[in-house]
Design a protein around this ligand. Structure first.
Ligand code: SIN
Ligand code: FE
Length: 304
């Protein structure tokens, strides 16, 4: 994989960067390519996370213009909504200029502010981001679409340090079978039935395709595989303060080892707007197992 540096933005010539992203590369902007006022950054860094009104992670939902992770009536909450709204809008405008073909059909997902030092966080294995993984959202299945994330390091002096490995086609070829691809592709009846039972009791159930079930499984499989974690090919990149980078986090297995104060916005990119839909993880998996992984939109027993 490659870290592709874009020194100048706006660029003088239009480049279709979809090919780089779909190959599992990272686009890296040494200088933040959108408007992000200094006072907004100062405000975010000044929030206190030692309990109380502000929680450990702040999410902004563009569709409903709401922030979670802070008590609604706390002194900072109104300002926080407006700072996250301005960040999200400015970032979306930039990304739609960079990737207009994606912008035509994307779904806006959440934006987040990541306030905590990543090094030494005490988290359960499945939530650890210092272990290399592909992303999958338990509550928001993509049904074969892709997860694009744009990050900005707003720490005044510290780099944000990532380690990645080879992209999805390489890793899936090595590990998808061991992670249970065949079983998920061919079965699922038991899961469907248990989901229906949960539903009949009025419990919330997320409709989830075999593809989404596999991606959730793969996320955890990679994190639990000590041999993969220790011995896979590794690419290190330290993102400097004031830089921005983006990648498909379900195509590129990644991890973060240290760094504090990052902003991030997620987009769900429709497979139909890819330069080559044959590179989508779902297409890679379908070739590997010789079965369709999206038909049916089966019900999985995951509570929303
Ligand atoms: C992740 O998506 O695993 C975390 C990346 C980061 O926060 O830098
Ligand atoms: Fe991740």
């Amino acid at each position: 994989m490659k870290f592709v540096t874009i020194e100048q933005w706006p660029a003088s010539d239009r480049v279709d960067y979809r090919h780089e992203l779909e190959a599992g590369n990272v686009l890296f902007f040494p200088v933040t390519p959108f408007v992000l006022p200094q006072e907004a950054q100062d405000f975010l860094r000044s929030l206190s996370f030692s309990g109380g009104a502000v929680h450990k992670n702040i999410a902004y939902r563009p569709a409903s213009d709401r922030v979670t992770g802070i008590e609604a009536d706390s002194a900072a909450s109104e300002r926080l909504v407006s700072v996250m709204r301005d960040y999200s809008r400015s970032l979306i405008r930039f990304t739609s200029e960079l990737l207009p073909e994606y912008a035509r059909a994307w779904k806006l997902d959440y934006a987040s502010f990541r306030p905590l030092e990543e090094q030494g966080r005490d988290l359960p294995l499945n939530k650890r981001n210092d272990l290399i993984h592909t992303d999958a959202f338990p509550s928001r299945p993509t049904n074969g679409d892709l997860i694009l994330r744009v990050f900005t390091n707003i720490h005044p002096s510290k780099t944000r340090n990532w380690v990645t490995t080879d992209p999805f086609p390489v890793i899936a070829e090595k590990y998808a079978r061991a992670a249970g691809l065949e079983q998920i592709a061919s079965g699922g009846k038991f899961l469907n039935q248990s989901a229906r039972i949960l539903k009949s009791f009025g419990l919330p159930v997320v409709p989830r395709s075999p593809y989404d079930r596999f991606m959730l499984r793969f996320h955890e499989y990679l994190k639990r595989n000590g041999d993969f974690q220790a011995n896979c090919t590794k690419y290190h990149f330290d993102f400097p303060p004031g830089s921005t980078w983006l990648t498909f986090t379900d195509v590129l297995p990644h991890s973060v080892h240290s760094g504090q104060h990052a902003l991030e916005q997620t987009f769900i990119i429709g497979r139909g707007s890819m330069a080559d839909p044959g590179n989508a993880p779902v297409a890679v998996l379908e070739r590997l197992c010789g079965r369709k992984l999206l038909e049916g939109g089966d019900l999985a027993s995951q509570v929303a």
